[in-house]
Write a protein that binds this ligand. Sequence first.
Ligand code: ZN
Length: 70
Amino acid sequence: MERGILFDTCPHCGDRGYEHLITYSHCVNCLFVHDRYESEEMIPPWARVEFREYSKKIDRQLRVISGGTP
Ligand SMILES: [Zn+2]
């Protein structure tokens, strides 16, 4: 038994060459790519807020470490 690659209808061009892979989907016809991890619906709103706050904290710490000079 061959493990089939799931081809779907491309949301971009409508071709039946839209291939679903683990981390992303892409169309062999128009090269449209949909990255699952980058897509907004995969990231819950709280996670986006957390990440933004975390980035701010890291940024502040980096400034302290590299700092000394105001
Ligand atoms: Zn396409």
